[in-house]
Design a protein around this ligand. Structure first.
Ligand SMILES: [Zn+2]
Length: 288
């Protein structure tokens, strides 16, 4: 089963994951470490932090509402090793960062919910909306499955309107975070864990590939990130998929940057040390 088999079964066409970005990048393989999370007793209920946010669809003009999180009420407490923000009380606002029109299916990340060109409108109506048969609404809260499905629709819509590689890469990064969130939510011995881990890995590879091809061609800020922050994110993703040399090269840029905040430099230094340790451990394993 491919990552996009569920949307393909909805009749939205085949998604060729090898052709998502406008040029080829590199793929490679490595293991994925176990997620570390802090378990805390729930205090606030997720549904109490939600409100209905109104949108107008740029494709079919319908007015609709989607659930959104009152950001003032929720605090980020940590980031995991793939930089996924972790929030207090086990609430995950990342699930709500996607806007999907219930009428025509047009879907984007909320930051990309914007007017489209006439050409984009035509292509999306002809090649996407005409095949859209609806998706289940999520009540009272968004599930990881529901959010992932919407992110896949966002990716298809981004492809149909020929969006920048950075936007598509960012959707993959968000999907990797959601897949990690879903793994954390499920019991460790749940049979679905393996599949989610595999999909997370695939999304990290695609995110890295997309950011790599966007990096030298697109202006900053990119997806709301400045150059040095994106370098650090790419170093983390590269390390995760076994592109160790690339990771070290990007970390060096962060460490020698005149503008990088000290906090980011500290994190870059820690990752560089971790990679050094890995190399030593591998050498020792080979000689013993
Ligand atoms: Zn619509």
């Amino acid at each position: 089963m491919g990552l996009f088999s569920d949307v393909e079964q909805m009749g939205l066409g085949e998604v060729n994951v090898d052709k998502i970005f406008k040029e080829d990048g590199k793929n490679s393989h490595t293991h994925i470490q176990k997620a570390k999370t802090e378990k805390k007793e729930p205090e606030k209920r997720e549904e109490d932090l939600l409100f209905d946010k109104s949108y107008q669809c740029p494709i079919c003009d319908s007015q609709f509402k989607v659930k959104a999180v009152r950001s003032g009420n929720i605090k980020m407490i940590d980031q995991d090793e793939i930089l996924r923000p972790i929030y207090e009380n086990h609430i995950d606002p990342l699930k709500y960062d996607v806007v999907s029109c219930p009428h025509c299916g047009y879907t984007t990340l909320s930051r990309y919910h914007k007017p489209v060109t006439t050409g984009q409108l035509r292509t999306i109506r002809q090649e996407y909306c005409s095949n859209f048969k609806g998706i289940p609404q999520e009540e009272p809260c968004m599930s990881y499955e529901g959010s992932l499905l919407r992110h896949k629709l966002a990716l298809i819509c981004a492809m149909k309107r020929n969006a920048k590689n950075s936007e598509k890469a960012y959707i993959f990064l968000k999907m990797a975070w959601l897949l990690r969130g879903e793994q954390d939510e499920l019991p460790k011995d749940n049979p679905k864990q393996m599949e989610l881990k595999k999909e997370e890995r695939e999304c990290i590879e695609k995110a890295y590939e997309g950011f790599l091809s966007a990096f030298s061609k697109e202006p900053f800020p990119m997806c709301g990130m400045d150059e040095i922050s994106l370098r650090y994110i790419m170093a983390v993703l590269a390390h995760k998929i076994g592109e160790r040399e690339e990771s070290v090269r990007m970390l060096a840029k962060v460490l020698t940057s005149k503008t990088a905040p000290q906090r980011l430099k500290d994190k870059a230094f820690d990752l560089k040390e971790e990679i050094k340790k890995e190399v030593v451990q591998e050498k020792n394993a080979q000689t013993s």
